[in-house]
Design a protein around this ligand. Structure first.
Ligand code: ACO
Length: 416
């Protein structure tokens, strides 16, 4: 695939690094020329360092614009469905009606998981975190479909479909299993998001809630080279199976500086307690140099466009189901933070309002990041697909060694 000149963060936020994208991405298959740490300065967290080229998603962090394959996210959130957006991300173009129906049907047909996977999940500790359960069960798909035939288009399509179809079923199964109940089988007459809500409760899903949840999945579907996608790409670069790619990305997303932040947002709001406590709490937190969860983003210097759309969805949800004091608290915190953190370019990110929506929908707090994972699946898969097609070489950055110079082994009796 031809490399598209990117209007990515790179252009939006000029990097002080002297490396150019061309230097950082040597021609495919060709070995990078040996470079000295003097010419490529060490950048902790790889901040601003281009590590890939991609045609999937573009972020304009200064204007707060996010596009998937060129389509603005707000249009997709309003007009598309999660499966249609997944198709777009993975195969590069919006599907025709025939292609979409075929994809939806394939996904629907593969929603069930083997009784062996369900039995395996019954052995997971009920106290375990849903993200750990998801990571383990996503990896287990590699045991059940272990062909690793990356050159076979049928294997690749089947793996894409299985991941998108089965992961919600496994996520819902763990929720019921840890409550001591048997998993519920998927229902063929329900669309993707509605079926997921049904599998969690065995109740007829509310259509407004299902549509809002579907839009939340779209908002989380892709976000360029974030930590979990980077993790997915590193794993994929070894040509391992796609289930291992997703399992590795899930493990990375679980951390509180990444997808895990939406859980912390709720805990933080609970700690603040009431609207009148917002300003004193925030002043104390800033004085203590505490990170305000759900605020700040490596790419955005304005409010994350996903947070803007999520806030609209939250309003819609609360109009339908009644207001939530947690939402009032969040808005008060955003307003108070505008003066204090705004000048540093720190605004609400995607995790700030998502947890409030999920809470209002009845999801337990420790479940929020698995919902994020379900949404991010097409992003990880599309990045894996892109790498596969471009035959990108194995990821192997350099380290700057800071340890001891070579020295002789010291026998135990001579050690002090
Ligand atoms: N609250 C208060 N101050 C902050 C915050 C925050 N949430 N985020 C950044 N800052 C401040 C830092 O204290 C630092 O200030 P200083 O220069 O005076 O020392 C400055 O901004 C830069 O902070 P970094 O952590 O270096 O910024 P970076 O771009 O590397 O980090 C990150 C981005 C990790 C998301 C950070 O903003 C953060 O920890 N936020 C809270 C956790 C969170 O919400 N994570 C979810 C991100 S969205 C996602 O991953 C899906």
């Amino acid at each position: 695939m031809a490399a598209k000149p990117s209007g990515n963060t790179f252009a939006a936020t000029p990097s002080p690094s002297p490396i150019s994208a061309a230097e950082a991405a040597p021609s495919q298959g060709g070995a990078a020329p040996p470079t000295s740490p003097v010419t490529i300065p060490f950048r902790p967290g790889l901040e601003g360092v281009p590590a890939t080229q991609s045609a999937i998603c573009d972020i304009d962090g200064l204007r707060g614009v996010l596009t998937y394959r060129g389509y603005p996210l707000d249009q997709l959130a309003r007009k598309s469905s999660f499966l249609e957006t997944a198709y777009l991300l993975i195969w590069g173009e919006l599907p025709t009606i025939f292609q979409l129906r075929e994809f939806e049907q394939e996904v629907q047909m593969h929603r069930r998981v083997s009784f062996r996977i369900r039995d395996m999940m019954k052995c997971f500790p009920a106290s375990g975190h849903p993200m750990d359960a998801l990571q383990a069960s996503a990896a287990s798909l590699g045991l059940f479909y272990s062909r690793r035939a990356l050159n076979d288009p049928h294997y690749v399509v089947a793996a894409v479909v299985r991941l998108i179809a089965k992961i919600p079923t496994m996520v819902a199964a763990f929720q019921l299993i840890r409550k001591g109940q048997d998993p519920i089988q998927p229902r063929d007459d329900l669309p993707y998001a509605a079926n997921f809500l049904y599998m969690l409760t065995e109740r007829e899903p509310d259509l407004t809630a299902a549509r809002i949840f579907d839009a939340c999945l779209i908002l989380h579907a892709e976000h360029s080279l974030n930590a979990s996608t980077f993790s997915a790409r590193v794993t994929a670069s070894t040509l391992t199976d796609p289930y291992a790619v997703v399992a590795s990305a899930v493990g990375t997303l679980a951390g509180p500086l990444h997808g895990g932040a939406n859980e912390d947002v709720l805990e933080m709001l609970e700690e603040i307690g009431t609207v009148d406590q917002v300003e004193p709490w925030l002043d104390r937190a800033i004085a203590d140099k505490q990170k305000i969860m759900g605020f700040g983003h490596r790419e955005y210097r304005v409010k994350d466009p996903r947070a803007v759309i999520l806030q609209g969805l939250a309003e819609e949800l609360f109009t339908r189901f009644g207001s939530d004091p947690m939402y009032d608290l969040a808005r008060a915190l955003e307003a108070a933070a505008a003066d204090r953190l705004g000048p540093k370019g720190i605004y609400p990110n995607v995790d700030f309002y998502s947890g409030i929506i999920y809470r209002a929908m009845g999801f337990p707090t420790d479940f929020f990041t698995v919902l994020f994972s379900m949404g991010r699946l097409p992003g990880w898969i599309s990045q894996w697909q892109e790498m596969r097609k471009e035959k990108q070489p194995i990821a192997r950055p350099r380290q700057i060694y800071t340890g001891e110079a070579p020295r002789a082994y010291v026998h135990m009796k001579d050690r002090t």
